[in-house]
Design a protein around this ligand. Structure first.
Ligand code: ACM
Ligand code: ZN
Length: 674
């Protein structure tokens, strides 16, 4: 005889049902509206074959009519409609899964493609959970940038990343094709760009950078590098288009152009190779070159937008170049900054004449470009606000949230990276649009993008490790309205996606192994100097004030990166401060910690002198120490310089001497007195 169900079992069963109905979906980016229903749809073709996620992905790449026919064999119907109630973007869709079948409605084929992408992510154990989804993107520009200059990436690797982009509904691939470390696109008219400027006789960027920065021919025994032929580019552009992704090429100018000037030195101010970084703007030959290159680029890329860089031009060579100075005078440009504006506006006019629009890094805001040009804000949120206030559309990619070449976990657990510390959670916390702006200004934020610069990222495996899963954060912020975002749900979904990505042959960082922030930074440090008066004998840098005048006695310790607003910086100066404890105090410890990271020019102090005083005038030296960290130690190093003993005093002086490297910095976070 069957035992009757106990109430206990009934409760568990009821709970399981209701939990399933409200449980969030495992979909990244998360849909705007999703309602789970009970049951699953088990797709089965007339021939008895069941449908799976992989089949769905490949069917989604077919031309619309073929896709529709294929899907109908499995009980999945697709229709394109003029509009869909509640869907506010052409890329939106409605997806209804019931036990009897799947219905996809979209306004465009892109919307249908995204609906199938969502369905594919929902696939589990041979079926699709019943669900009602209405979905559309928050931003129309959802970008991923990849630097292939510092380290070349194969065509196949690029295509693999386009597959991942499509999965996460990213739709703009910003391809950083040219930079000082290598030119990566075949240009028929200028064969030396790929004959020489695409190859370096060093195994990686770092040894090239530190070892003379020369280029070589492809047949040099140590040649490392590569480039995309025109056929490669066409294949990639088409592969991307099939996945509803536009490829935006970036051709850098006028800075970051050492590789061009090495092989065409007549385009530089000096006329010599390996001297200048910027193209000479005084010479007409430069414009002839740029227009010829861009003409070939436009033939390959149908993108409405062409990125022309525009960042970090030092203008050094221009100052003493007769051609540049003559141009400044004749055109009434005022100075070298005006000369850069002249170049950018001329290139903008050239692109516009050819029916294209210009994107540039936020430096181009200075250049009086016209309002059709789009600003890519990388230096901070303020540059985005400035751009929209001056009437431009803006793409937000601020370093603090979007530069995924920073460490994603405790640096000592990670392969060498640029520095910085940018966790998955921090990338996920990115809110690009300030709510203080008018709705018209807010509407000019057309999107966001992750940037992956590859100076330190020499292998394809490591590239994927840095891309994933942080790109997924950017994808969800780009697609999902801020009110629908949820860190805990996202983190859980990322863990599932990490398993998917591994199975699919990618090399993501596994967030389950995350060590997290520097322990010192996780709680306030209690000690005798907290809140006490501090006098700066030498000032801190206005660029790195941390907490300002009280930063070194506020109990707040720094994290893994000097740029986290907790480390105070001293450029070309010593740390020399006097703390007034207010009264004679028994002291047994005085110390401070310093960070060395020579990429951004941070060193340990050469020497540290710690002294105390009764009256603040006469100081008695307690200790004098020299650093044991070599100047060329190029990993991230923390060192504490402290005195320990027994003394009674009211004033403490902490003096850390700069090691005299030009523009070298000292960074410390707290003077601890116990
Ligand atoms: C940049 O990171 N220089 C755009
Ligand atoms: Zn010049």
């Amino acid at each position: 005889m069957r035992k009757p169900k106990t109430p206990w079992l009934l409760i568990v069963a009821l709970c399981l049902c209701s939990c399933t109905a409200t449980e969030p979906l495992s979909v990244i980016p998360y849909p705007q509206h999703a309602e789970r229903k009970s049951g699953v749809f088990l797709p089965e073709g007339a021939n008895g074959n069941s449908m799976n996620a992989r089949m769905l992905d490949s069917i989604s790449l077919l031309p619309y009519n073929e896709m529709k026919t294929e899907l109908s064999r499995y009980g999945i119907t697709v229709s394109l409609e003029d509009s869909l109630a509640g869907v506010v973007s052409e890329e939106g869709y409605r997806l209804s899964v019931s036990k009897d079948g799947v219905r996809i409605r979209a306004i465009s084929q892109t919307g249908a493609f995204y609906a199938m992408g969502t369905l594919s992510q929902l696939y589990e154990d041979g079926g699709f959970p019943c669900v009602e989804i209405t979905d559309w993107p928050r931003f129309k520009y959802r970008g991923m940038h990849l630097d292939v200059s510092r380290h070349f990436k194969s065509k196949e690797f690029v295509m693999k990343q386009l597959d991942a982009m499509a999965r996460y509904k990213l739709n703009r691939f910003h391809w950083h094709l040219t930079d000082g470390a290598g030119w990566r696109i075949e240009i028929d008219r200028y064969p030396e760009l790929t004959g020489i400027a695409a190859w370096r006789p060093y195994p990686d960027w770092k040894s090239w950078w530190n070892g003379g920065r020369k280029y070589c021919t492809a047949d040099h025994p140590d040649a490392d590098g590569g480039y995309y032929t025109k056929e490669d580019v066409r294949e990639i552009v088409q592969y991307a288009a099939q996945r509803h992704i536009t490829v935006i090429p970036e051709i850098e100018m006028p800075g970051h152009s050492e590789e061009v000037l090495a092989v065409y030195p007549e385009l530089s101010c000096s006329g010599e190779p390996y001297v200048n970084s910027e193209l000479c703007v005084g010479k007409e030959a430069t414009f002839e070159f740029l227009e010829n290159v861009l003409s070939e680029v436009m033939e390959l890329f149908p993108s409405e937008y062409i990125h022309i860089g525009g960042d970090e031009a030092a203008h050094e060579g221009w100052k003493s170049c007769p051609d540049c100075q003559l141009r400044i005078k004749e055109e009434g440009l005022g100075d070298e900054a005006g000369l850069q504006g002249y170049l950018v506006r001329r290139i903008e006019a050239f692109l516009n004449r050819h029916g294209r629009k210009l994107i540039g890094w936020d430096e181009i805001l200075r250049d009086s470009v016209n309002s059709s040009s789009v600003i890519m804000a990388w230096r901070g949120l303020q540059y985005g606000a400035d751009a929209v206030k001056s009437g431009h559309d803006v793409i937000m990619t601020p370093g603090d949230y979007c530069y995924i070449d920073a460490y994603q976990d405790a640096p000592f657990t990670q392969p060498e990276a640029r520095g910085g510390y940018l966790t998955l959670e921090k990338t996920y916390s990115f809110e690009p649009v300030p709510d203080t702006l008018s709705s018209e200004e807010q509407a000019r934020y057309i999107g966001i993008q992750s940037n992956l610069w590859c100076e330190y990222i020499s292998t394809e495996d490591y590239t994927e490790y840095m891309l994933y899963p942080r790109v997924l954060s950017i994808a969800e912020t780009a697609w999902t309205s801020s009110g629908q975002k949820d860190w805990r749900r996202f983190r859980k979904n990322v863990i599932e996606e990490t398993d998917y990505l591994k199975l699919a042959g990618y090399n993501p960082f596994d967030i389950r192994k995350e060590k997290g922030e520097r322990p010192e930074a996780s709680r306030p440090e209690e000690h005798l100097a907290v809140g006490k008066k501090i006098e700066y004998v030498q000032p801190f840098s206005p660029y790195y004030p941390a907490g300002g005048e009280t930063a070194l006695v506020d109990g707040v310790r720094g994290g893994w990166t000097y740029a986290d607003g907790r480390w105070q910086g001293f450029i070309n100066r010593d740390v020399d401060v006097i703390i007034d404890l207010g009264e004679d105090t028994d002291i047994h410890y005085i110390g401070a910690e310093f960070m060395q990271l020579i990429g951004p020019w941070l060193w340990q102090p050469a020497e540290v002198i710690i002294s105390v005083s009764e009256d603040g005038q006469e100081f008695a030296e307690l200790s004098r120490q020299f650093t044991d960290v070599p100047k060329d130690a190029d990993e991230l190093i923390f060192r504490t310089y402290a005195w320990e003993g027994e003394v009674s005093a009211r004033y403490v002086r902490y003096n850390a001497l700069n090691n005299k490297i030009k523009n070298g910095c000292l960074f410390t976070d707290e003077i601890i007195v116990r």
